[in-house]
Design a protein around this ligand. Structure first.
Ligand SMILES: [Zn+2]
Length: 248
């Protein structure tokens, strides 16, 4: 059998499985196996040198450079028949710096393989960017100040929002008191005419979902109260800390 087509070698280098015949030829032909090794090296370099950060904006300038080089080299060597054994033999041994059209054509295929490899990585990262959970963005925060009955208490609150609009409030409370009952986290309107409970604070830190129908520009106060175990779902009136959200 004649040597393997360069396009087959390029495809094998980027991950396609060789046929049995191709596999058998690669085992016995130094020229083709060396060619494949060179292509695989180019692919590996292409994959390893493209970092995730750079992929956010595809390197179009680099990409165009690769395409230009392929086009110009194909134009410079229009007569070469890639499947001709003569042409392929002329390019071996590849390690030697041998000028000439077949060698140049091969270089074009290597660059094509490299470009295909980068395209595959870009595709994977693009899909990942679509399916991965979005990063929460902080939209408001507050410093929570102690009420006179709870000297020394302090806290912070922070509201984050996901791309889908889901908001969460995270509070931290520093309070040395260890009273009976439990602590509860509230959102309260500026004039204290309305309030909503977000839930019980277990420990010093908690994260709570903000109900969709709550406008934080109205419910601008974050409050943590000390609640007795009296079965009354309302606010006890015993606030530990409170603070007003400021929106970034
Ligand atoms: Zn061969």
């Amino acid at each position: 059998m004649s040597h393997l087509d360069p396009d087959r070698l390029a495809l094998i280098a980027v991950g396609e499985t060789p046929t049995d015949a191709e596999h058998a030829h690669l085992r016995t032909c130094d020229a083709c196996s060396l060619e494949l090794a060179e292509l695989e090296h180019a692919v590996a370099v292409g994959r390893s040198t493209v970092t995730l950060g750079e992929l956010e904006t595809p390197p179009e300038r680099v990409w165009n450079g690769i395409l230009d080089e392929i086009r110009s080299q194909q134009a410079a060597a229009p007569e070469v028949r890639l499947d001709s054994p003569t042409a392929v033999e002329a390019s071996a041994p590849l390690a030697a710096a041998q000028p000439g059209a077949p060698r140049t054509q091969r270089r074009g295929w290597m660059l094509f393989a490299l470009a295909a490899s980068i395209a595959a990585v870009l595709l994977v990262v693009g899909v990942w960017n679509i399916v991965r959970p979005s990063q929460p963005v902080e939209i408001a925060s507050a410093t929570l100040d102690a009420f006179p009955d709870h000297p020394g208490a302090a806290g912070t609150a922070r509201v984050t929002e996901l791309a889908d609009g889901e908001r969460t409030l995270t509070v931290k409370l520093d309070d040395s008191e260890a009273g009976d009952g439990f602590r509860e986290v509230w959102l309260i309107t500026a004039d204290a005419s309305a309030l909503v409970s977000l839930g019980e604070l277990d420990g010093r830190k908690g994260t709570f979902a903000v109900p969709d129908d709550i406008d934080l520009r109205d419910y601008v106060l974050v409050d943590i109260s000390q609640e007795p175990l009296d079965g009354d779902p309302g606010h006890s009136g015993d606030s530990i800390v409170r603070g007003e959200l400021s929106f970034g």
